[in-house]
Unconditional design. Structure first.
Length: 147
């Protein structure tokens, strides 16, 4: 898994436009609904933090994949891409502020309340798969630990 350097939180807040809280309240309700359905604790994702987003997410390629490590610094731990395979290229994931998913791919915000150690896979026909992957918890603070 390639890690990326994200901008500092203060620098980002100077140029990032906020969205109204009621929009986020709707997304939080959706997140909590998914967590309840899959019997996992809802874990808030700070919309001012960064996630790793693959460039291919702006295409219509499916499926959409997401996985969540523990967050670190200005990152929330989420990595999201489309397609069957994840690339090992150093520049595959770009830092994007969570709140910008409203403009990029709002339909995946509902999954971001899943806790670290979870993955999701979804397509454009309504298929959704959510599962725990404990190996994701072994990767923390830039070090790979054995499980």
């Amino acid at each position: 898994m390639t890690r990326f350097e994200s901008p500092s939180r203060d620098k980002h807040k100077r140029w990032c436009q906020p969205y109204p809280m009621d929009i986020w309240d709707d997304y939080i309700k959706q997140q909590k609904g998914i967590c309840e359905k899959y019997h996992v604790d809802w874990t808030d994702v700070d919309r001012d933090l960064f996630l790793g987003l693959a460039d291919n997410l702006t295409t219509n390629e499916v499926p959409i994949n997401g996985l969540r490590h523990h967050g670190q610094g200005t990152t929330c731990g989420w990595y999201i891409w489309t397609g069957q395979e994840i690339s090992d290229k150093d520049d595959f994931f770009k830092p994007v502020c969570v709140r910008h998913l409203i403009d990029i791919k709002p339909e995946i915000i509902k999954f971001l309340g899943l806790p670290p150690g979870y993955r999701f896979l979804t397509d454009d026909k309504g298929y959704v798969d959510i599962w725990e992957d404990k190996k994701l918890l072994a990767y923390r603070y830039g070090c790979q630990h054995s499980v």
